[in-house]
Design a protein. Structure first.
Length: 76
């Protein structure tokens, strides 16, 4: 957890998760399944990104990566 590779992978994961949540919220609003304006979508995306970081930290004890079964490869 205390490596640059871990935090790079965690940052990428949280960015992807946040973007997916934003696209999902705004896409579902577009088709009329839910009502989510940009503020709601961004709040949801931020919450999802934060949860991705917390999950990576919580599962970092046994491996080198941000997930239970992942190994981060260092590219130095």
């Amino acid at each position: 957890m205390f490596t640059k590779a871990f935090w790079t992978a965690t940052g990428e994961r949280s960015l992807r998760t946040g973007a997916q949540a934003l696209v999902a919220a705004l896409g579902l609003d577009t088709v009329g399944l839910i009502h989510a304006d940009w503020g709601d979508g961004l709040s949801l995306a931020g919450g999802a990104a934060l949860l991705a970081v917390l999950t990576a930290v919580a599962t970092s004890g046994g491996t080198e990566g941000p997930g239970i079964t992942e190994t981060v490869r260092n590219r130095e």
